[in-house]
Design a protein around this ligand. Structure first.
Ligand SMILES: [Zn+2]
Length: 57
């Protein structure tokens, strides 16, 4: 199963918010992990991506 990354963002695609968040939880336990990861729904490819950018008001 070869699923290419998002053509627009180059990010890995996740099929659901849950899948993205599960991956984020795992990645945050790794050395040199970003301090924060959040999932967002990509408006281009309509799958979920992870971003290191914290949501700001
Ligand atoms: Zn995308």
């Amino acid at each position: 199963m070869s699923e290419p990354n998002c053509e627009v963002t180059g990010k890995r695609k996740y099929l659901s918010e849950r899948e993205a968040l599960d991956t984020a939880t795992h990645q945050l336990t790794l050395p040199n992990a970003p301090k924060n990861l959040r999932a967002y729904l990509c408006s281009w490819c309509e799958t979920w991506h992870l971003t290191k950018n914290a949501a700001k008001k």
